[in-house]
Design a protein around this ligand. Structure first.
Ligand code: IMP
Ligand code: MG
Length: 177
């Protein structure tokens, strides 16, 4: 019995995640040929995804980390977004690919993309592992998308509920409520 078996049902298996990440990595490798790519990993949820994706991209690249907070805990976005940890270098002139775990209402990412665009990167694109279109409150263009999911609260592979469950190897529906 694993620690999460009681609270989490498998939605996307480890095998499916890794197969899709390989495809995303191949597409990104093709699209960024000859360019120097900077992956901007959004803390903390996309760390697991970003490290696997980075290894599926066959290009020289650098990693940056950016922390945002849109939740005060719980499962609902408050709509208030803050940068809690900023990137370590100026982003001007760089080819930025933002790596996110999930686009839910879209409020976090529309704030973040605007914020990064204002730093004058050479290019700015978004890669999100998951999209939950049922809850969208603003339009966010996802350049590379892993999976579209129904309106479930999901955990695992970086995604948390109350900071827990990030260390599960698959994406699962949290049914603890
Ligand atoms: P948004 O601003 O509503 O799009 O929310 C984006 C952030 O909320 C994501 O980066 C996640 O950290 C968190 N989030 C949204 N939906 C879920 C979910 O189903 N499980 C875990 N975290 C989620
Ligand atoms: Mg997040």
């Amino acid at each position: 019995m694993t620690f999460h078996q009681k609270d989490v049902d498998v939605l996307i298996s480890e095998e499916k995640l890794h197969a899709r990440i390989k495809e995303l990595g191949a597409a990104i490798t093709r699209d960024y040929q000859g360019k120097e790519l900077t992956l901007v990993c959004v803390l903390k949820g996309s760390v697991f995804f970003a490290t696997d994706l980075a290894r599926a991209i066959d290009l020289p690249l650098t990693l940056e980390f950016l922390g945002v907070s849109s939740y005060q805990g719980g499962t609902e976005s408050t709509g208030e977004v803050r940068i809690t940890t900023d990137v370590s270098k100026p982003m001007a002139g760089k080819h930025l690919l933002v790596i996110e775990d999930i686009i839910d209402t879209g409020l976090t990412m529309s704030f973040l993309m605007e914020n990064l665009a204002a730093r004058h990167p050479a290019s700015l694109k978004l890669c999100s592992l998951l999209e939950k279109p049922a809850r969208a409150r603003t339009q966010v263009n996802i350049d590379y998308k892993g999976f579209v999911i129904d309106d479930h609260f999901v955990v695992g592979y970086g995604l948390d509920y109350g900071e827990k469950y990030r260390n599960i190897n698959f994406i699962g529906v949290w049914k603890g409520k």
